[in-house]
Write a protein that binds this ligand. Structure first.
Ligand code: HEM
Length: 537
């Protein structure tokens, strides 16, 4: 993977060597450590013990090394920087925050499975809150699931979670996935059949996957057809594009505007709003449009319920029927907030993973052959269903290998509610922001043999059984784990199984790297178009 332009850590290695190979930058802070929790979640008294901090950049928060790390974050992006840090410093690294930026005590980056298990699961009560940039709370008014915490998050999660766990609902979502993908497959087949040139028809894979997943999430969430797969067909036939619907435009504008102001702190966002700064105005107006369009849909659905004419069975229906422990339903406003949040969380993440998935399969001919063999054996040309999922074992191994190399949310951060000690022995003070990097974990050679090699066999059941459960965490872990993980896995497998049974051959046009040097945009999703083009023949 690309490492250009980043920070040079030779100085660190030298310093480590001079100090006898240990961990030279660990700060030892003497003091009365408060009562804290052990790796298995039990409370242990650590009074009088040394508060050993993870290593940090020599020279402190304002030293040259720290500045180089900041430069790397800007130039290489957060995921690649976390990998470099993990390779150079080991399982944990801490940055102090002497000026109290963002109210964080400091920032710790973790990449050891034991520490990840401790923070995300076994001692999760100390790390319930997610750390997200202010822009997210600004855009969602502090509502929804992703950016909230405490009792609010618990109530909404518990109301929304059953929709992504109930077998009957997942089975009907699976039908939506295959139906939309069949639509795209037909467009691809028609284009391939009508193309006489030897080079085939080149398609912009990320764009097609974005459109496919928007159609899927629209149908699953509230039985709405965004008409994006049809747009792929029109484009491929060289027909005039249809003007996108108001809702599609608003969804796209919202994503663009959020990316533009993603790392802007709240006070500045407020000022930008007051002076009607274009990105903030775009954010507000697109959200207003999504809100009013979806409110109309939600109110229409309520009216159907009341008149007994409702025939849909989607996420919105499921949430309308849901009741909390007091028997209260979600209000119309809450329904909007949760459905919108879930759509946002599930759309681009799945689209970008699918791009990396189809690319990787197409690029590795032996993988393509093995998947096709499995599809032929299990499905024999028919459309896959929910019941087939368990049989598609090799396809699942390939999906997991793609998630290892290209987790579309590469980092999942938490805030420490109280002082704590990690299984690695390091001290975490209250208020510390703890970053867990699934990207770094997926590419460390202390966790994977030849991590840069694309090899689905590492996810064969016997190989998985030997591995630490928390070495592979593309969906995060613990009580804040991805709500849609099952649905995402189901979608990734079914889209692959449907498309690869199409009457066309797929060939990579560009790029040609075995492992993609993917860039993440500021919102932590892969950049929209990474120049991935495949040809249909
Ligand atoms: C390949 C696709 C996806 C990936 C890699 C992914 C990954 C993640 C990750 C890493 C988190 C943070 C977990 C943590 O902090 O422990 C997350 C949260 C979340 N995801 Fe996904 N996700 C995907 C698809 C989806 C889908 C399809 C949906 C729903 C339809 C969804 C809904 C959510 C929600 C609601 C949260 C917030 C949960 C909370 O804060 O309590 N995700 N996802």
């Amino acid at each position: 993977m690309g490492g250009g332009g980043g920070f040079d850590l030779k100085g660190l290695a030298r310093a480590r060597h001079q100090q006898g190979g240990g961990c030279p930058f660990s700060a030892l802070v003497k003091g009365d450590a408060p009562t804290t929790s052990s790796g298995n979640g039990k409370v242990v008294a650590r009074r009088g013990s040394e508060r050993r901090r993870p290593p940090g950049p020599p020279g402190g928060a304002f030293g040259r090394e720290a500045l180089r790390v900041v430069a790397s974050l800007t130039l290489d992006g957060v995921p690649k920087t976390t990998l470099k840090l993990a390779q150079e410093y080991g399982d944990a690294i801490a940055f102090e925050n002497p000026v109290g930026l963002g109210d964080a005590a400091g920032w710790t980056f973790l990449s050891s499975p034991d520490d990840i298990e401790h923070v995300s699961a076994s001692n999760c009560n100390n790390y319930r809150e997610r750390f997200l940039p202010d822009s997210y709370a600004f855009a969602t008014d502090g509502k929804g699931i992703l950016a909230t915490g405490g009792e609010y998050n618990r109530r909404h999660r518990s109301l929304c979670q059953p929709s992504f766990q109930k077998k009957s609902l997942l089975a009907s979502f699976a039908d939506v996935v295959t139906e939309s993908t069949e639509g795209l497959k037909r467009q691809w087949e028609e284009s391939a059949a009508s193309c006489s040139g030897v080079d085939g028809v080149a398609i912009d894979l990320p764009l097609h996957m974005q459109r496919l997943t928007l159609d899927i999430i629209g149908s699953v969430a509230f039985s709405h057809d965004f008409g994006q797969v049809a747009e792929c067909g029109r484009e491929m036939r060289g027909e005039k594009s249809e003007r996108p619907s108001t809702l599609v435009q608003a969804v796209n504008h919202f994503g663009e505007a959020l990316a533009e102001v993603f790392v802007t702190p709240m006070p500045i966002l407020r000022v930008l709003e007051a002076i009607r700064y274009p990105s903030v105005t775009k954010l507000r107006s697109s959200l207003g449009t999504i809100h009013s369009e979806m409110r109309t849909i939600i109110e229409g659905r309520r009216a159907e319920y009341e008149s007994g004419t409702n025939h849909t069975d989607d996420l919105l229906d499921s949430l309308m029927r849901a009741r909390d422990e007091n028997g209260d339903p979600l209000t119309t406003q809450e329904l909007f907030e949760d459905v919108h949040d879930i759509m946002g969380a599930g759309h681009e993440t799945t689209a970008t993973t699918l791009s990396a998935l189809i690319y990787s399969i197409t690029r590795h001919k032996h993988v393509m052959m093995k998947i096709k063999e499995e599809l032929g054996r299990v499905l024999g040309g028919r459309v896959p269903t929910f019941e087939d999922l368990n049989e598609l074992e090799y396809t699942e191994m390939v999906v997991k290998e793609v998630l290892r190399l290209y987790p579309s949310i590469p980092i999942f951060p938490r805030v420490a509610a109280g002082d704590d000690y990690l299984p690695s022995g390091y001290y975490v003070p209250k208020g510390e922001v703890v970053f867990m990097s699934s990207y770094a974990m997926g590419r460390l050679d202390r966790l994977w043999e030849d991590p840069e090699v694309f090899d689905p066999e590492r996810f064969a059941p016997e190989m998985e059984a030997k591995r630490h459960r928390y070495a592979f965490v593309p969906f995060g872990a613990g009580p804040r784990m991805c709500l849609g993980a099952k649905f995402a896995m189901l979608s990734l497998k079914l889209v692959t199984a449907t498309l690869l049974q199409g009457d066309f051959d797929l060939e990579v046009c560009s790029p040609t790297d075995a492992v993609l040097d993917i860039d993440w945009d500021i919102t932590m999703n892969f950049k929209k178009t990474n120049g991935i083009k495949v040809a249909l023949r």
